[in-house]
Design a protein around this ligand. Structure first.
Ligand SMILES: Cc1cc2nc3c(=O)[nH]c(=O)nc-3n(C[C@H](O)[C@H](O)[C@H](O)COP(=O)(O)O)c2cc1C
Length: 292
């Protein structure tokens, strides 16, 4: 098996400020995809766009900026500005399951109208310089995996999407636990539907071995890892360097780095929860400290 791409999964609400700086300092990612930047009814001021993007650009790794919304013209304008600031590629979020987002047709809500996907992608791509790649991040469907055929066909028929990031669950499945065979069969099917467009598989991939097995079984072009990466902060680095810290010491190193960053106490507690879990001594200690 040749080399394949490894991406950190975007995590809105987690991936900001001091967190990004700590990740950059420890060189934990080979590239970034930002969490979604939501564009609603008007183009945000440049200052707001800069505040969002600049922390990611501080590291010397390529940055893909992710956008979300229902108005492709506005999203195209914002994307163009992000590119002027230094984003190397643009991604559209067609997967966010939050009810607040998807009920209005943004994020995962876009999957309820497959017939609009191709023109959405074309409009955004037309706003970008020709050399800037456009990708999408999508789920297997709104409520049923059998939607995959139509969804992939529509996205691909746009002719402007150069990569597809695929979280194997449907929007309705949220983050529910699924048998491992479900992931493999959906990723396999997605790769076939993509034909020559590279597919990056996402969802519950928690080790290098598991990623390698998924790549060789499905033919996908790479993997994206979000929550398991937080539980094992050196996981993405381990694909190139087996000698990096293991999950236990990696969490300690990363958390020490986070503490240097003057994060609000609430944000630190939230990160401890994601790193170690609710039953961990580390999390309980922080909560006790807050109460005391
Ligand atoms: C707290 C949180 C925030 C997320 N924010 C985003 C986001 O901004 N954009 C996006 O495409 N996916 C987002 N996701 C989804 C993840 O990128 C990923 O697709 C999902 O967690 C499944 O992958 P995993 O099992 O590796 O975590 C988020 C997930 C979590 C848990």
């Amino acid at each position: 098996m040749g080399a394949f791409e490894v991406w950190p999964g975007p995590m809105e609400g987690v991936g900001r400020g001091g967190f990004i700086a700590a990740v950059n300092q420890l060189k934990l990612v080979p590239r970034w995809m930002t969490p979604f930047f939501r564009v609603s009814h008007e183009l945000p001021r440049r200052r707001k766009l800069e505040t969002f993007l600049l922390p990611f650009l501080a590291a010397d790794v390529p940055v893909c900026v992710q956008l979300m919304g229902t108005e492709p013209e506005l999203i195209g304008c914002a994307a163009r500005e992000f590119v002027q600031m230094g984003a190397e590629s643009v991604n559209l979020n067609f997967g966010c399951p939050s009810r607040q987002v998807s009920s209005g047709g943004a994020g995962g809500g876009a999957l309820r109208h497959p017939e609009k996907l191709a023109s959405f992608c074309r409009t955004v791509k037309a706003a970008l310089p020709e050399n800037i790649p456009l990708s999408v991040k999508m789920r297997a469907g709104w409520e049923d995996e059998n939607e995959m055929d139509t969804l992939f066909q529509e996205v691909i028929s746009s002719g402007v999407v150069s990569k597809i990031f695929f979280h194997y669950r449907t929007v309705k499945e949220l983050y529910s636990v699924q048998p491992v065979e479900v992931r493999l069969s959906r990723v396999y099917r997605a790769v076939k539907l993509c034909r020559s467009i590279p597919l990056i598989a996402n969802g519950d991939i928690s080790s290098v071995t598991e990623a390698q097995e998924l790549v060789s079984a499905s033919g996908c072009a790479g993997v994206m890892i979000a929550r398991p990466w937080l539980r094992d902060p050196y996981l993405l680095r381990r694909f190139d360097d087996a000698s990096v810290p293991d999950a236990v010491s990696g969490r300690e190193r990363f958390f020490a780095e986070l503490k240097e960053r003057a994060l609000p106490e609430g944000a630190l507690i939230e990160l401890a929860l994601m790193l170690w879990g609710r039953d961990s001594a580390q999390f309980k200690q922080l909560i006790a400290g807050k109460r005391g």
